[in-house]
Design a protein around this ligand. Structure first.
Ligand code: CMX
Length: 444
């Protein structure tokens, strides 16, 4: 039995009461009106409100995103997490195990609790043989994200929640098997991601998980980078900062939505991955590097600012977005970008591609402002991750979003546990036809 599960069992009754109190006190208060524009999205340049943008609609406890300040995990900023969460011996980046504990409980764990999670996940890491076979049969031309989603969905074969539901589990006990599935899900992702990586880009042979190593170390080993301590540190930081970005983004919201049908965590997170695979969301992770490489091909490696500016303008004039810039909620440089930039300044200050990323950072925001469309001209998380992975030799860009997916499981899994503990009902927003809207407002 995991000590995290024990702690959760202590916290749940109090949280149920807490939510009751909030609802008794504030349940009938309004967030304000909903505009018809908010249903449609892209309307006109002057009154542009994208689909459901800003509409208060979800409870998500793990993290909250402030437009100016960026993400806070259970109230803690990224620098605070870097300072407070336990580290590996000799390391200076937070262990994602600690971040998961924080997301689930709202508390900073001890070193011992974090080691307990590392051991627990390593012990649960094996994937069923038939899932290995599914992955081995995928053509290497199938995008790694599609392979990832297939494998995660197939884990539903052994879902503790699905089985308990069939056996007639009582509603109040849903969270227990959901917790077990959430832990299994996170634990099995390295073997899935590692297998995809080795099948698509290597010889298909995979080393074993080390039961005494932390999650990121094992993940790095499966990719073939376990000996490189700086890369392992990068993964610890990467997973921590990509884990959660409140509830309304496509991957998080999809997981919650599908989970609300009492689909088990494997089915719910498989759906999240399909959303993460879109170019406006997690695929931007890959797109940034593709774009930078194309730029280097076109204007050379040590291009002048003038040449970079021209290239950025040509992207915009071609009707494309500059990947890694802009955000649906953020209105400042993403603190996840800043954390990665600081990592680069510490570990790879002279890397030529990092210099280009910095040059682009000095140029793109002004151009986006001048172009006058993007509400946020600043870089998001995806503008910086690829250059770091490339530096250490993980150069296969099509794989990058898989790493984002491994990380995103932490945030989605934590919320799924709480949704079942608090009895979150089936999600069912109201939709309208255009004819219905006309009818409603005919006389107004
Ligand atoms: N380059 C060019 N144009 C951009 C832009 C960018 N980086 N960001 C926004 N715009 C454009 C939009 O396409 C939109 O144009 P239209 O009115 O012609 O449709 C206009 O500016 C207004 O968009 P917005 O309200 O500022 O942005 P949205 O909230 O609709 O979309 C996002 C947000 C992230 C999809 C958008 O900024 C974008 O496409 N960025 C590039 C892709 C990217 O980096 N995605 C990753 C986001 C982080 C993540 O989820 O991983």
């Amino acid at each position: 039995q995991s000590t995290l599960k024990d702690r959760l069992a202590e916290l749940i009754p109090a949280e149920i009461e807490h939510v009751k109190q909030i609802r008794a006190q504030h349940g009938k208060k309004s967030f304000g009106p909903v505009l018809v524009d908010q249903l449609y999205g892209h309307v006109s340049p002057s009154s542009r409100l994208s689909s459901m943008r800003g509409l208060p609609a979800l409870i998500w406890d793990g993290s909250v995103l402030d437009a100016e300040e960026g993400i806070r995990f259970r109230g803690k900023s990224i620098p605070e997490c870097q300072e407070l969460l336990p580290k590996a011996p000799g390391g200076s980046e937070p262990l994602p195990e600690g971040l998961f504990w924080l997301l689930v409980t709202g508390e900073i764990p001890t070193q011992e609790q974090v080691t307990g999670l590392s051991r627990d996940w390593a012990a649960r890491a094996a994937i069923p043989e038939f899932v290995e076979e599914i992955l081995d049969r995928c053509p290497p031309t199938l995008h790694p994200m599609s392979q990832f989603s297939l494998a995660v969905t197939a884990l539903n074969h052994d879902s503790a929640f699905a089985k308990a539901y069939q056996d007639g589990i009582s509603k109040k006990d849903y969270w227990g098997p959901t917790f077990e599935d959430a832990m299994d899900l996170i634990a099995k992702l390295p073997n899935i991601a590692g297998r995809i990586y080795r099948n698509v880009f290597g010889d298909g042979k995979l080393p074993a998980i080390d039961l005494h190593k932390d999650y990121s170390h094992n993940l790095a080993t499966l990719f073939g980078f376990g000996e490189n301590e700086a890369f392992v540190e990068l993964l610890r930081l990467y997973i921590t900062i990509h884990s959660d970005h409140e509830g309304g983004n496509v991957s998080a919201h999809t997981g919650k939505l599908v989970g609300s049908a009492l689909s088990d965590p494997f089915l719910a997170f498989g759906a999240s991955l399909n959303g993460l695979a879109g170019p406006l969301h997690g695929l931007a992770n890959q797109e940034v590097l593709v774009w930078l490489r194309k730029m280097q091909e076109k204007i050379g490696e040590n291009a002048s600012d003038v040449a970079v500016k021209e290239y950025v303008w040509s992207t915009l004039k071609g009707g494309q977005v500059v990947p890694g810039y802009g955000h649906a909620v953020l209105r400042k440089t993403d603190p996840r970008y800043v954390a990665q930039r600081e990592f680069a300044l510490k570990h790879l200050p002279h890397d030529p591609l990092f210099r280009l990323v910095g040059q682009v950072y000095n140029i793109v925001p002004n151009i986006l402002l001048e172009a006058g469309k993007a509400k946020n001209p600043w870089p998001n998380v995806d503008a910086h991750s690829g250059v770091l992975l490339t530096h250490y030799g993980l150069t296969q860009m099509q794989f990058y979003t898989v790493l984002f997916g491994v990380s995103r499981a932490f945030g989605v899994a934590a919320q799924l546990i709480w949704d079942r503990a608090l009895g979150a009902p089936l999600e069912r927003p109201k939709s309208y036809s255009s004819a219905a809207i006309e009818k409603i407002f005919r006389d107004h």
